[in-house]
Write a protein that binds this ligand. Structure first.
Ligand SMILES: [Zn+2]
Length: 149
């Protein structure tokens, strides 16, 4: 049992700020200062739960072509299609021109309406995932490859 820094009494101590310093004291002495926290174990902050690894998604590079050809397959004009998506026709025109990338949220909607795939795992993420493997290539491997030539 730890003992109070002020009176020496063995008790469950608290950390109190007394005269500008933090001391571990018994509840009796704590009244001379401002109680900060329970003493003993270092205060463990609740660990924020690690965020579930949320894969990052990106829009496929040829989204413009995909959107346009899917719309044309359905025999819709840009105007019809914009209405169907409740988007501005000018926005749709930009998607199809490839000058504006739809947001992931919009892309999901487009995927549903058109039956196409617009969302893919972000390339930079896939690179990260593959990195582990490429690290296994040692210098030795590299030399072997070169000698083979
Ligand atoms: Zn005390």
């Amino acid at each position: 049992m730890p003992s109070c820094e002020l009176c020496g009494k063995e008790a469950l101590l608290v950390v109190a700020e007394i005269e500008g310093g933090e001391v571990e004291v018994c509840p009796g002495c704590a009244k001379y200062g401002v109680v900060k926290r329970r003493a003993g174990k270092p205060q463990v902050l609740p660990q924020p739960l690690p965020k579930p690894e949320e894969p990052e998604y990106g829009i496929v590079a040829d989204y413009a072509l995909l959107i346009r050809s899917a719309r044309e397959l359905k025999g819709m004009t840009q105007e019809d299609f914009a209405k169907l998506l409740s988007e501005k026709e000018s926005i749709l025109a930009k998607w199809e021109a490839g000058t504006l990338k739809p947001s992931i949220e919009t892309a999901r909607k487009l995927e549903k309406k058109l039956g196409i795939r617009l969302i893919e795992l972000d390339e930079t993420i896939s690179v990260k995932l593959d990195k582990g493997r490429s690290d296994e290539l040692t210098l030795g491997d590299f030399v072997k490859v070169r000698k083979r030539k």
